[in-house]
Design a protein around this ligand. Structure first.
Ligand code: AMP
Ligand code: GLY
Length: 418
């Protein structure tokens, strides 16, 4: 099978790594990719938001499957263009990707499907905002309605800050605060059959102890030793399947990866958000544990044959990933700094630990930073403690001037599981 992956982050590197290890994959392409992906896939320049350009590339390469990684091309309808050309594509249509593209749309689908989520108001004027904030009280949760790379949400007890964020957005969703730990659960679906993956937890805040601003995600781990073993089944029954069924009922079936961001509250599981693609950095740890070769699973979803697929096989190992981010991330990051130590990790820590590239590019012989999140250092182990030790050992070998990373990824879960 020849596969083309669209995107450029650590998630795409994780997808490409798994696909490159799949004996069914005879050729692997990625566009536009990064310096790390170049080691496992052939890179091609493309405007990932241009459906015609992506389709032309897929046709020229003669691929059997296109996998669209990020949300922006999905919302822009890139999967529709590829599918219209008769090429199987893993990723929802532009209309179905509105589950991620519009928080208000997602709320509407959840209401129709009776999926448990935070109570919310959609507001467009300062008066509506003030009223909604008053109705729920602190802590306030204010969400930009549109795509914001995980950074459009402000959770604060400061009323002025909540109002200021709302004023900076055109349309906002204001909702009740959900307490309790967060879980990311991904499901692969062909629009009908829903196949949940293993749950993971993401660390969204920039600094240790969940301090600092929200980011795209600073690290992740899987499995969740503290979670109820029935969680996946419960979320399949109450969230994932009803949502997929509702999308099909609306005439906009959702196929691809449905990502449920969940809060495990004192009153039960609630959906915080949906995403229409693999999450980053959770994908890095979920795929580290998936034993079933990936290409066949993605192709089955893309071609509507998920029902016939044997159950997925999972490793008993735990996986941890630690994101190394640029100076000043999640603000405007500094880029162009050389990265050192990649060869040392490959020589000394493989195969248990490895570096997935997020924002990197080649500059002559050097690999340099090219984005906010630069690397995602991933490791497996017999438990979270061992996976953490391996990941952080590899992190210490990496040099990147001014970089930052959290030191507490999976720390609490590892110590509780002992
Ligand atoms: P989202 O982009 O919707 O995933 O929100 C980003 C982050 O903001 C989430 O991962 C949560 O940590 C936090 N958040 C979002 N909605 C809520 C809520 N209703 N209650 C508490 N925290 C929230
Ligand atoms: N890990 C958060 C996201 O992918 O949106």
């Amino acid at each position: 099978m020849k596969v083309l992956v669209i995107g450029t982050g650590a998630r795409e590197h994780a997808l490409c790594r798994s696909l490159s290890l799949d004996p069914d994959v005879s050729a692997l392409h990625c566009a536009p990719g990064n310096a790390g992906i170049a080691e496992v896939a052939e890179l091609h320049p493309v405007d990932a938001l241009d459906g015609a350009a992506v389709t032309a590339l897929a046709q020229r390469l003669g691929v059997d499957l296109v996998v669209v990684g990020p949300e922006a091309p999905l919302v822009a309808g890139v999967a529709d263009a590829v599918r219209d050309a008769g090429i199987p594509v893993f990723g929802p249509s532009g209309e179905a990707a509105q589950l991620e593209g519009s928080k208000a749309f997602a709320k509407d689908v959840m209401a129709a499907a009776e999926v448990p989520t935070a109570r919310s108001y959609v507001c467009t004027t300062p008066e509506e905002v003030a009223e909604a904030l008053d109705a729920f009280g602190a802590p306030y949760v204010v969400k930009d309605d549109g795509l914001a790379a995980g950074k459009g949400v402000v959770v604060t007890s400061d009323l002025d800050e909540a109002k200021a964020h709302a004023a900076a957005c055109e349309r906002v969703v204001i909702e009740e605060f959900l307490d309790g730990p967060e879980v990311s659960l991904f499901a692969i679906t062909d629009g009908d059959t829903v196949l949940p993956l293993q749950p993971a937890q993401d660390f969204k805040r920039a600094l240790d102890g969940d301090e600092g601003p929200n980011t795209g995600g600073m690290g992740a781990y899987s499995p969740l030793p503290w979670a109820d073993p029935k969680l996946v089944d419960e979320v399949l029954q109450t969230v994932l399947q009803p949502t997929v069924d509702e999308m099909r009922r609306r005439g906009t079936p959702f196929s691809g990866l449905l990502y449920a961001g969940l809060a495990i509250t004192s009153r039960g599981v609630r959906v915080i958000e949906f995403n229409a693609r693999f999450g980053d950095p959770e994908t890095q740890v979920v795929l580290a544990r998936l034993k079933t070769p990936l290409a066949g699973v993605l192709l089955a979803a893309a071609s509507g044959n998920l029902e016939d697929l044997p159950p997925l096989r999972w490793s008993e190992d735990a996986a941890v990933t630690v994101v190394i981010a640029s100076h000043n991330y999640p603000g405007t990051p500094r880029t162009g700094d050389p990265i050192t130590g990649l060869d040392e990790v490959a020589a000394q820590d493989a195969p248990h630990a490895y570096v997935l590239h997020a924002g990197t590019k080649r500059d002559g012989d050097a690999v340099v930073s090219a984005g906010g999140r630069v690397l995602s250092v991933t490791a497996s182990g017999k438990d979270l403690t061992e996976a953490r030790e391996r990941a952080y050992r590899a992190v210490t070998r990496i040099g990147l001037d001014g970089s930052q990373h959290r030191t507490d990824i999976a720390a609490k879960a590892a110590s509780e599981a002992r």
